[in-house]
Write a protein that binds this ligand. Structure first.
Ligand code: CTP
Length: 402
């Protein structure tokens, strides 16, 4: 993956700079064209000459050292890079980039680049756990930076703990895997629904369900990470989307969701209906708050539209995936939904199982394809389950094309 890639290695000042030398060498051996920027502190540990010899390119240390009058070095370098690796990344540099500072060659270049940026931090274990550092890292993750977490072990400061720069071979492995994955759903438009719907009774009350949207949001984030253009139609949840390639459309009721989904259906390649859509709504909604009385209260309910079935009925080229939330006979019920709604696959959720279903960080599902072949995905994070779902979908699409 790194063959002929333009890799900019940003080296900041910590004892782990010596490992960045090895990283430079390994990147060059992998066929990458490597350029190195060093901060002033990084130069205290290793001379720029070492990186120049290893990368076979000049090393950049000073924003104002403009060697070519026709170019502005930090902009030129920012535009040139396809991949940026900050290794080692100190707490100080993390803080600067999290806050948009540009006070040296390295930070000005980072501000200007549109390349994929990987950050491999290295610092003392307590610095790594410091709330300010943690907040900076969370902010950078939200902004699309990719962290390669430090390993645990003996640290130069004498402590044993997390903070040691990840091994250069592992850094390269992680980047290779990520670059590979980024293209799995490239050029694909993925439409996802998430969360519950609310069926309004009056201005202060509604019928809804326990869905929190976590599975649908995980599916959206992972699809974006794998290179897809994502439209997320979301019922009311308290989650935020992180990836900038996700277009989020907020809806309230099953009827709203029906219209939003149909609006984007024809242009979609893969459609995954993870939302827990209400099957019924009150026949009558009240414009004023209902007042209590001593009598029983009985609601007459009417059916909402089955959105997934309506998509199955008008399916053309789309790969259509449903979810089945079951508490009993889950395989049998899931199978029936797959057939009745004309799906290409269904993800069956036994929502009464520990760690699976609504509100949990994890899930445990069975993926059933249209040939009724079962793929059990054991208990794992909702992101990991999402990855497995996409790999299965892509495998089916590739098999169908052969
Ligand atoms: N679904 C839908 N529109 C509805 C109800 C469900 O699009 N009005 C979709 C869900 O998003 C999910 C699939 O259908 O992908 C199955 O939903 P589920 O609630 O498990 O089943 P239902 O079809 O509603 O059947 P039942 O409630 O009888 O189990």
């Amino acid at each position: 993956m790194l063959q002929n890639k333009k890799v900019l290695l940003a080296v900041t000042g910590g004892i782990a700079v010596y490992k960045a030398c090895d990283l430079t060498s390994k990147l060059t051996q992998a066929g990458a064209d490597v350029r190195v920027i060093m901060t002033e502190s990084a130069c205290e540990f290793v001379s720029p000459l070492t990186f120049q010899a290893l990368s076979r390119n000049p090393v950049y240390t000073d924003t104002f050292d403009e060697k070519n009058p026709k170019k502005i070095a930090h902009i030129d370098l920012a535009d040139w890079a396809e991949i940026v690796i900050i290794a080692p990344a100190t707490a100080n540099t993390l803080s600067k980039i999290a806050n948009g500072l540009g006070d040296d060659m390295l930070t000005t270049t980072l501000l200007a680049t549109r390349a994929t940026i990987y950050i491999a931090p290295a610092m003392n274990v307590h610095m790594y756990q410091n709330q300010a550092v943690v907040e900076n890292m969370n902010k950078l993750t939200r902004h699309g930076y990719h962290f390669i977490e430090p390993g645990a072990g003996y640290l130069a400061c004498g402590y044993v703990g997390k903070g040691r720069l990840e091994e250069p071979s592992t850094i390269i492995e992680v980047i290779n895997k990520h670059q590979n994955e980024k293209s799995l759903l490239k050029n694909k438009k993925v439409l996802i629904t998430a969360g519950p719907t609310r069926e309004i009774i009056d201005p202060v009350r509604f019928f809804s369900n326990n869905s929190t949207g976590k599975m649908g949001y995980a599916l959206a984030e992972v699809a974006a990470r794998l290179g897809a253009e994502v439209t997320l139609v979301s019922g009311p949840v308290s989650l935020v989307t992180k990836h900038n390639k996700i277009e989020r459309i907020n809806v309230i009721s099953a009827e709203d969701m029906y219209h939003a989904v149909h609006k984007h259906y024809s242009e979609s390649d893969i459609v995954i209906k993870a939302a827990a859509v209400a099957d019924y709504r009150p026949k009558q909604t009240h414009s004023q708050k209902m007042k209590k009385s001593d009598d029983k209260l009985i609601f007459e309910m009417e059916r909402t539209k089955d959105i997934l079935k309506s998509l199955g009925d008008k399916k053309e080229r789309q790969f259509l995936v449903g979810f089945a939330a079951e508490t009993e006979n889950h395989l049998e019920n899931g199978k029936n939904k797959l057939i009745n709604k004309n799906l290409d696959a269904i993800v069956i959720n036994n929502v009464s199982e520990e760690g699976a279903g609504f509100g949990t960080e994890t899930n445990k599902v069975t993926y059933l394809d249209k040939n009724l072949k079962e793929y059990p995905f054991p208990l794992d994070s909702k992101e990991a389950i999402s990855e497995k779902i996409y790999h299965q979908i892509i495998k089916t699409l590739e098999d169908d094309n052969q």
